[in-house]
Design a protein around this ligand. Structure first.
Ligand code: T4K
Length: 388
């Protein structure tokens, strides 16, 4: 393989722009700007406007669910969903996830109890969930990491009959399916993220999706301070609302969804091809039978077989202005306040510890070309071939 520096290929005016993981996809900007103008003309900027309602309708359609309630971001959506399900005491979550999954609980006085993952799928391990259940357990939040569905049937059978309620953090999994069913309809509810870094973005944004009318109504009230009509507050609530400009961005992004997935898939296949044969480097699989959004290109570095450590490879890429990421290192249990509040809990999280030390996420999306993917693969090959 030809080793081309991304500094050469991506150079603009002599200054190489960094290639980031999480570089946003931008839909048709004329359509977006026309929508923004319309929003300004209408003088309706937030509080369940027509663009929010349209965005919700489209999300529900794609996810195959009855109700979508959009929010200002997925973290607030997780907090509201957890509260709407009356989570208290302890809730079991994987440690190998973005910190928001745990913080959404801790923030409201609920203790996240960290379960280990399956080292193959990177998703929560049902056997460890069983071990972590106590009298205080009120809920489980599974995470569909990288968009690959976690073992919902087993998780729900573990919870059944124990008064334990189940929801999912589907922040990575919009547009993905599992067992032929779209992610969104599992558990009592699921949460999507439409953050700028997600393949579909509303600048900032998230949504709770559910097939329960009662739950959706409860969540809508909580999103808007508990207001039911003018001057009538029926429950405690917060401001979790999405504004109209974010919804307009989300709708515009959805219109580009098929094209974005096509680009993501092409980049993913190109990475797979370009990294084949590099000792100790492997790309995680997506089940071709399922719908996938391919928004994360995740590689694992097996230090026993690779001449470079994961961290050496990341440093090498950063030096070349390729901002690869070590998601979700070191695992939530190593972050505050959890490492202080629950010292020593990493002992049982062996797969989490292992995987967190192996993973590198590589840049993809509309902002990354096939030439740049080839360059990044070339750099990784060069780093490995020049290693110990
Ligand atoms: N649950 C899970 C499993 C999640 O992964 C997330 C979010 C959530 C819950 C919570 O969702 P939100 O409340 O955010 O809706 C980033 C994102 O901020 C975060 O949304 C995402 N997961 C996480 C995986 O990635 P950081 O801490 O890595 O952000 P930052 O700023 O270090 O890195 C973002 C990367 O994207 C950088 O390389 C730069 C690039 N970027 C970012 C923005 C905003 C751009 O190129 N342009 C941009 O506009 O968390």
């Amino acid at each position: 393989m030809k080793n081309v520096s991304c500094k050469e290929t991506a150079s603009i005016g002599g200054l190489p722009p960094p290639l980031h993981v999480g570089g946003p996809n931008i839909g048709d900007r004329k359509k977006f700007l026309a929508r923004v103008n319309d929003i300004l003309d209408r003088r309706w900027l937030s509080n369940n406007g027509i663009y929010v309602q349209e965005f919700e309708k489209k999300i529900a359609e794609i996810a195959g669910v009855e109700h979508a309630v959009v929010m200002c971001n997925a973290t607030v959506a997780l907090e509201i969903a957890a509260r709407a399900l009356d989570f208290q005491g302890e809730v079991i979550v994987p440690s190998y996830t973005f910190i928001a999954t745990a913080h959404a609980l801790q923030w409201q006085g609920i203790q996240p109890v960290f379960a280990d993952i399956d080292p193959e799928t990177h998703n929560i391990n049902p056997d460890d969930i069983r071990k972590k259940i106590t009298k205080k357990t009120t809920g489980i939040i599974g995470v569909h990491l990288w968009g690959r569905g976690c073992q919902v049937e087993e998780i729900e059978s573990i919870a059944k009959g124990k008064g334990i309620r189940v929801m999912y953090d589907a922040s990575h999994a919009f547009g993905c399916s599992m067992g032929g069913k779209m992610i969104g309809g599992f558990g009592e509810c699921e949460v999507f993220s439409f953050h700028a870094t997600k393949f579909i973005n509303s600048l900032e944004g998230g949504a709770v999706v559910t097939n329960s009318y009662e739950l959706a109504e409860k969540i809508r009230l909580m999103r808007n301070f508990g207001f039911k009509g003018y001057d009538n507050v029926v429950c405690p609530g917060i401001n979790g609302k999405m504004n109209e400009v974010c919804a307009a961005m989300g709708i515009t992004s959805l219109e580009a969804m098929d094209g974005i997935i096509k680009v993501n898939r092409a980049n993913y296949e190109a990475y797979r091809k370009g990294l084949t044969g590099i000792p100790g480097v492997s790309v995680i699989d997506y089940d071709p039978i399922e719908k996938n959004n391919y928004q994360y290109v995740v590689i694992e570095v097996d230090e026993g077989a690779c001449t470079r450590s994961r961290d050496e490879l990341v440093n090498f890429l950063h030096a070349e202005n390729i901002i690869a990421r070590k998601y979700f290192w070191p695992g939530c249990h190593h972050m505050e306040p959890y490492r202080t509040l629950q010292p020593g809990i990493g002992i049982g999280l062996t797969a989490t510890e292992l995987v967190a030390k192996r993973v590198i996420v590589l840049p993809t999306g509309q902002g990354i070309s096939a030439v740049q993917v080839s360059s990044i693969c070339g750099l990784i090959a060069k780093a490995v071939s020049s290693g110990r």
